[in-house]
Design a protein around this ligand. Structure first.
Ligand code: FAD
Length: 538
């Protein structure tokens, strides 16, 4: 389908992992594709960079699980250099009183029984109940959600059939699972976990998944769904596991770029798009910040929908309702992100010797009530004085990231308000908050502060400026019930198409949402290919 005039079939704005995946599938279908990336490197929030001489790390997203196995296979990412290894322990939760909880690798039951034998006995049932629902969601991840359409029943019929097919998946669940489903969709992570368990540490480990990248208390309705979103992944066939991409998250996107390039995709970096060109109501190409005009039959955006429709599209072309919905699109993660270079591994007071726990997601947040307080604190004063920190030390699994004997760690910190109270600028407070994060870890691992060789600090504003993540939102829009599935990003525009013909979306602001899944890119490509097959561009 390549055009002899040099015109492209598809131009993709943004080479995040979803843009790369979308490009691959389009090129595989025979389309001529160009990918334009604003930064000097492809990968978006899934990149590895040298943040201090000799020290490299996944600078934003830092751990892998959600990447869809079909996409790994289709793009043959292993052949393009990707190896994912499992953590030796899933999670480690040090406690202020000197105790600790280890989760994963067959040790959870015994560990939880240190705190509650009743909770230990309930673990298997909890896992089974979550798994039944996660299986249904896994099936949905690679499907376009039904579009809620206005107009004739004829137009609505295919969507009703699609809805019926999805409904069947849920209807096949036994009644107890349907009750669990309702609870997981409608209530909070805190309420769900309180209904299962009595001891704080295990609720904290599981509850962390409910507030990852989510600016909310774990007792806010909707956080149970966020928890569910974080358990439908797998590593090398092991459901629910989290792992590490050797070379960091950039190894994933570099492998994707190689797969796309091998199919003929043209990738240009340092090529920010400043405008989507529209003629007679149809997107016909883009203009770059450097003034280059690139025409294509389909224009596909990997950007947060708010960035696309708020900044790149002529506002006069959008109706008032759509503009209102997009401007109300909630973007807020409460995320503050740091990378540190370390002269030695942290020694936790609770468990000072080296061991598998240093390969784990180390959660500093001993209880759900601690997490709730952290959120309210941030709402009132801009950041929590006792923040939530997940620390990962990928160099314990990957010696390519730091010089011998040295280490790198990712600090994924919450809660930090996307916008500070009274219009205070983030630039004035970034280092204060970074110091607080270091002190927070140091309180549990007293050699941590002294081991610091360098640090890279990103406030929510820095995440926006560097990666285009509005409000620092790691998911391109909150994963709340009003912003998922058929309503992502706007009810009526669920299937990767927006109100302008020829303009598609393939990023995390579409179903199934954020995380390094590749699913939005995969699904969007299928819709674009279908439109080419139905000759909607002729
Ligand atoms: C701090 C942080 C931690 C995270 N941790 C994890 C994790 O551990 N595991 C996980 O699975 N997920 C994690 N996530 C979420 C995950 O990284 C994102 O949801 C995902 O990477 C988004 O991918 P995307 O391709 O949809 O968009 P993006 O990665 O945001 O890509 C969009 C691309 O568009 C480019 N762009 C923007 N404007 C323009 C323009 N005008 N012209 C051209 N290009 C443009 C951007 O530079 C970017 O490359 C994290 C995210 C962050 C920020």
């Amino acid at each position: 389908m390549a055009d002899s005039t040099g015109r492209y079939d598809a131009v993709i704005i943004g080479a995040g992992h979803n843009g790369l995946v979308c490009a691959f599938y389009l090129a595989q279908a025979g389309l001529k594709v160009i990918l334009l990336e604003r930064r000097h490197v492809v990968g978006g929030a899934a990149v590895t960079e040298e943040f201090h001489p000799g020290f490299r790390n996944s600078v934003a997203s830092y751990t892998v699980s959600l990447l869809n196995p079909k996409i790994i296979r289709d793009l043959d990412l292993a052949a393009h250099g990707l190896t994912i290894v499992e953590r030796k322990l899933a999670n480690f939760l040090p406690l202020p009183d000197g105790r600790y909880l280890k989760v994963g690798q067959g040790r959870t039951r015994q560990e939880v029984s240190k705190f509650s034998s009743k909770d230990a006995a309930r673990l298997d049932d909890y896992a089974a109940s979550l798994e039944r629902i996660a299986d249904v969601l896994r099936d949905l991840a690679l499907q376009a959600p039904p579009n809620v359409l206005a107009g004739s029943w004829r137009a609505a019929l295919p969507e009703l059939l699609r809805m019926a097919r999805i409904g069947r998946g849920f209807a096949e669940l036994p009644m107890p699972a349907r009750r669990d489903l309702l609870q997981l969709f409608a209530s909070s992570a805190g309420d769900v976990l309180d209904s299962w368990f009595e001891s704080d540490p295990i609720k904290a480990v599981f509850g962390f998944d409910g507030i990852v990248g989510t600016y909310a208390s774990p007792y806010a309705a909707g956080t149970a769904y966020v928890l569910l979103h974080h358990v439908f992944g797998e590593v090398n066939g092991k459901k629910g596991a989290w792992g590490h991409a050797l070379g960091g998250m950039g190894a994933i996107t570099q492998a994707m770029a190689k797969a796309a390039t091998a199919r003929g995709v043209e990738i240009r970096t340092n090529a920010a798009v400043s405008e989507v060109r529209v003629e007679k109501g149809r997107a016909v190409g883009v203009v770059t910040a450097a003034g280059d005009s690139i025409r294509a039959k389909a224009v596909i955006s990997n950007l947060n929908p708010k960035l696309l429709y708020g900044s790149l599209v002529d506002q006069n072309l959008l109706d008032a309702d759509f503009k209102g919905r997009i401007s109300a699109w909630r973007c807020a993660s409460g995320t503050f992100r740091m990378n540190v270079a370390l002269s030695e591994l942290p020694r936790f007071s609770a468990l000072p010797e080296a061991g598998d726990h240093l390969t784990a997601g180390i959660i500093i947040a001993p209880s759900l009530s601690y997490m709730e307080k952290a959120y309210f604190d941030a709402r009132i004063s801009g950041w929590s004085k006792q923040p939530i920190v997940e620390m990962l030390i990928p160099s314990t699994l990957d010696d390519s990231l730091a010089p011998p004997g040295r280490h790198v760690a990712s600090l994924f910190c919450q809660h930090a308000a996307p916008e500070l109270p009274n219009g205070e600028p983030w630039d004035a407070h970034r280092e204060t908050v970074a110091d607080l994060m270091i002190d927070t870890v140091n309180a549990y691992a007293p050699n941590f502060k002294a081991s610091l060789l360098a640090r890279q600090v990103m406030s929510p504003l820095d995440l926006e400026c560097t990666f285009g993540l509005i409000g620092g939102d790691i998911f391109h829009g909150a994963m709340s019930l009003d912003q998922i599935f058929s309503a992502r990003p706007v009810l009526g525009y669920a299937q990767y198409r927006g109100p302008l013909a020829g303009l598609y979306m393939c990023g995390s602001g579409t179903h199934p949402g954020g995380g390094v899944t590749g699913a939005p890119g995969h699904n969007a490509a299928r819709e674009v290919i279908a439109d080419f097959k139905h000759r909607r561009f002729d």
